[in-house]
Every structure is written in C-alpha cells, then in structure tokens.
Write a protein that binds this ligand. Structure first.
Ligand code: FES
Ligand SMILES: [Fe+2]
Length: 540
C-alpha cells in the first residue's frame, strides 16, 4: 500500500442522515419541521416559529457529507471532512437551541391562565410531564453535541499540528515530498483514525529480526581501521558484513585484508603473527601474503593455495576495504576534518547494535537534551522547535537552534562540526559564528549480525596543546564512552522492540529528516536503484 495515503478516517463518525421527518399532524399553523438528527433520538413533534427562521435557517450540511468513513483519506480530504464536521456542529447547535426554545414556548402555553380554563388539571399535568420528558431529551442532545464539538476541535488541533509541521518543512527545506514518510499501518500503533499529511508518501518500515545485510550495501568503500592502529607487525581482526577478515601490513608497508580463516583447517589467522609482511597461521605455520597467496607451508609439499582477499587501501589515516562483488569505485570518500583542525582522538568500539540503528541515533540531535543529561547536553533547555535545515537533494545541513553542522556520508559515516565556547558548552546559533569548533567522524561499520564496529575520530580547531597532555587520549575515550553509553541503552532497547516487531520509524517528525534520508538512501541501495536519492550521483 502506498502507505502514505493510507490513513484511515476521522474519529467523528458521520452517518448518513435519516430521511425521516417529523411534523405535528393536523397542525394548522405555519409549517416548519425539525429534521431528525442522524442516529439520535427523535426530538419529536416539535415545530419552529417562523420568526426564528433567520437564526435557525442554516443549510443542513448532511447531504453533502463526504462519504469517507472506513476509507483511507489524505489530508485535503480530511480537511474537507473536518469542515463538514464543523458545519454540522453549527447546524446541530442551532437545532438543539431551537428545540429548547420551542419546548419553553410550549411550557408557557400550557401554563397560560387563559388556556388553563379550558383544560382539566389532569390534562395540564399530563402535558407538563410530556414536556418535561422532551426537555430532558433535549438536554441529552445538547450533551451529545458538546462531545461532538469537543472531538471536532481535537481533530482540528491535530490536523493543524500536521499542517504546520508540513509547512515548516516546506518552508525551511524547500524539499520535495519524496522523503516524507508515513508510518506503515501494519506495524503502526497509532490509531487508524489518525490523519496524516496529503502528499504521496513512501512507506518506511524498519521492524522485525535483524536481517542479513543486503549484498548491494557491500559495494562501497568502508573504512575499517585507523592507520595509527596498524603497525608493521600487528593484525586487526574485523567482522564486516558477517564475514571475518584480518588486516595487516605487507612487506611494502601497504595494508591488506584477508579472510580470517586459514585454508588448511580454518584456524583464525589473527591468532598468529606477522613475519616479513606475511601473516602466519598459529596452527601449522602456513603463511599468506596480502594478496591471499599462501607463500609457505612448512613440513609438507607446498600446494598452490590462495585465500580470499579484498581490495584494501590506506587514505587520510584510515584503512579502507571494498567488500562488494562489483568493481571498486575509483575514488575513496574524504573524511578529513576541515583545514585548521587537528585530530585529538581516534577510538574504536565494538557495539552490540545493528549499524543502521546507530546511524539513526547519530543523525538525530533532537534527543540530546533528553538523553545526554549527564554529558554534553547537561543543562540544555528543550527548544520549542528543533529543525534540521538541508537542501532538498542533500544529506548534509545544520541544526537549528544548535550550532552544529551534520552530514551523512554514504555508506555509513556521520560527520559533524560543533561550535563550542568551552567543552560541553555551545555557542551562538550557527557554527560560522563560533570561534572554536569540535569536529567528529563516526564510522558505523556493519560487522556481524546486529553488531557495529564504530570508529570515532575527534578533532579540534583550538587548544593544540591538548594533544601533548599525557593520558589525554584516555580522558577523551572516557568521555566518548560516557556519551555513547547514554545512547546505547536506548538504541539497544529500540533493537529489542524492533526484533519483536515494532517499527522503529513508526512516526517520524520534522526533526527526523536526516535519519529518514539515510533510510531512504539505504532502501534505494537495497532495491538496486541506479540513481540514488540525495546524492546526485549514479551508483555505478
Ligand atoms: S590451520 Fe592454519 S596452518 Fe593449519
Ligand atoms: Fe546521542
């Protein structure tokens, strides 16, 4: 279903009008009738006086009520239905008032001393008892109308919120409607009476068990390690797309990436050692060069053996691999901080969450004053409105009211520049207004199922002295872990709910824009779209 349009009808149940009319039989006075209100009790035998017609002569809106109950409608249709609701409330209120006024007249008439002379006490009592009943009924009707007005107002308020959100989005981003997402009804916990915005929407449903990674996602360059961590004789074991790999340096100093499983009897190679640019299996000593060729097989006749290797390069202080089957792209993305920044910390963490969930989290800043109350957002007030301002085709922009620029860099990187006055304090409304900045890179590598290898790099454009403070890197690590732990417990909770079937993108709002764009980008990759959204590039 195009989810988007798939929103069910409004809470106010508008029923077709009854065609039944009520009039007092044999009454010789000027004819006027009150139509039965639909589905409500017969107000019975009541007529209106022609002198009040000017007040009560409002067109009955019911014959024009859109037939929408039980159907999915868009916002324009919903607005139309709401308009009829209000018209009906107005008409209904006039009818209620008319009923009460007529009953009042009747009471006066019954109690009229002149009329009383022609009636027995018994007849008058009977008529008054009847009028009392009718008045009670009219009161009930007024209560029903009150409830109806209240529902109509609630509905209008909700629609106003939606429309404002939409206008805000349009105004601030000039974006196309293509990235506006509606919850997927199958998993939505939102009432089916909810009304959403009008334009065509795409569905976004991220729920259920963590699935195997889609092969299309592999056809990108992935940073997997910091160059500084890969010494001449070290090995870095990594999982990438659920396969075990090991990174080490060859004889020429260039990095290589091999399957982390020996061809002989499947021993993990990273348990061995690196000798003269070859990785040696610790079990029987087979040695492999960075292209995967087995160069040494001690104690036996050498066989021609080659294990799987991946394209592997070093660029801007990081080691990159290409895990896909397609030919690698010619250009590696640049993740460098802008000129003037110095790198102060490079941290690697293995986290027990699916990398998409972590990216969603990193691309969201609106959570900061609620989640990071012990770290960088301590003391932040909650803004009345948080926006991410971005061009329509972009995966980068800046947060309002925070002085933070942010970019999602496919396939799994987040770059952010934060204007600060002193650690933990933001300054100004705009990063360009700030004199000092912190730059962050987060790489969320899909490792094994439901796990992420996170590479974090932090750079500053001030206080270069901090680089030379002993143990400073431990402090940075401590701070980074503290911030991450604030997120992690929430993201782990989301993962749990997702596995149990909840849609983690059930009800996105305007500040979710960047996360949504990441999801749309990822969906397009997984669908195999040639033109990927927001990138202005073809995916070769
Ligand atoms: S398992 Fe690696 S050499 Fe035997
Ligand atoms: Fe966070």
């Amino acid at each position: 279903m195009t989810a988007a349009s798939a929103l069910s009808l409004l809470p106010v149940a508008i029923r077709r009008p009854s065609s039944k009319r009520y009039s007092k039989k044999g009454d010789g006075r000027v004819g006027f009738r009150v139509f039965a209100v639909f589905g409500e009790e017969d107000v019975g035998g009541i007529q209106k006086k022609s002198t009040w017609e000017a007040i009560f002569e409002v067109e009955d809106p019911r014959p024009r009520v859109p037939l929408s109950k039980g159907k999915f409608i868009d916002a324009n249709q919903a607005l139309e239905v709401a308009r009829f609701d209000i018209q009906y409330c107005d008409w209904r209120a006039r009818q209620d008032l008319l009923t009460i006024m007529i009953l009042h007249d009747k009471v006066v008439e019954v109690l009229n001393p002149l009329a009383r002379e022609f009636k027995s006490v018994g007849t008058i009592k009977k008529e008054l008892a009847q009028l009392q009943q009718e008045l009670a009924q009219a009161h009930r009707q007024v209560h029903i109308s009150e409830a109806r007005v209240s529902t109509a107002l609630d509905k209008l308020a909700y629609m106003e919120t939606l429309v404002n959100g939409r206008l805000l989005q349009d105004k601030n981003t000039n974006e196309s409607s293509s990235d506006i997402i509606s919850p997927t009804p199958s998993t939505s916990s939102v009432s089916m009476d909810t009304v959403k915005t009008a334009s065509p929407r795409k569905s976004l449903n991220v729920s259920g068990p963590v699935k195997p990674y889609h092969p299309s996602l592999k056809n990108f360059w992935y940073p997997v390690a910091f160059s500084g961590d890969l010494k001449e004789d070290t090995m870095i074991p990594i999982d990438c797309f659920e396969e075990p790999w090991v990174i080490f340096r060859g004889k020429d100093g260039k990095p290589g990436c091999l399957q982390n499983t020996c061809a002989h009897r499947a021993c993990p190679l990273h348990l061995g050692s690196v000798n003269e640019g070859r990785i040696q299996c610790p079990y029987h000593g087979w040695e492999y060069s960075t292209d995967g060729k087995c160069e040494k097989m001690p104690s036996t006749r050498k066989l021609n053996v080659q294990i799987k290797s991946l394209p592997c390069f070093e660029n801007e202080g990081m080691v990159w691999i290409w895990p896909g089957d397609e030919p690698p792209m010619a250009i590696l993305p640049s993740l460098q901080p802008p000129p003037g920044f110095q790198i102060h910390a490079e941290i690697v963490m293995e986290l027990p969450v699916e990398h998409g969930l972590l990216l969603d989290n990193l691309l969201d800043l609106a959570h900061a004053p609620f989640t990071h109350t012990s770290t960088f957002a301590k003391g932040w007030s909650v803004p009345s409105l948080v926006k991410f301002l971005t061009p329509s085709s972009g995966l980068q922009g800046y947060w309002d009211p925070y002085p933070i620029d942010m970019e999602f860099k496919p396939p799994c990187m987040v770059l952010s520049t934060i204007g600060i006055s002193k650690p933990g304090k933001l300054e100004g409304q705009n990063t360009r207004e700030c004199s000092t900045h912190l730059h962050q890179l987060h790489v969320c590598l899909p490792s094994s199922r439901g796990k992420t290898r996170l590479l974090y790099r932090m750079s500053l454009d001030f206080a270069p002295i901090l680089k030379h403070v002993p143990m400073m890197h431990l402090l940075w690590r401590h701070f980074a872990e503290k911030v991450l732990n604030e997120d992690l417990r929430l993201v782990l909770g989301q993962q749990d709910r997702m596995i149990r079937g909840a849609n983690i993108w059930n009800l996105p709002v305007s500040y979710d824009k960047l996360g949504i764009r990441y999801r749309l980008w990822r969906e397009a990759v997984e669908r195999g779209d040639k033109q990927l959204p927001f990138s202005n590039q073809e995916h070769e």
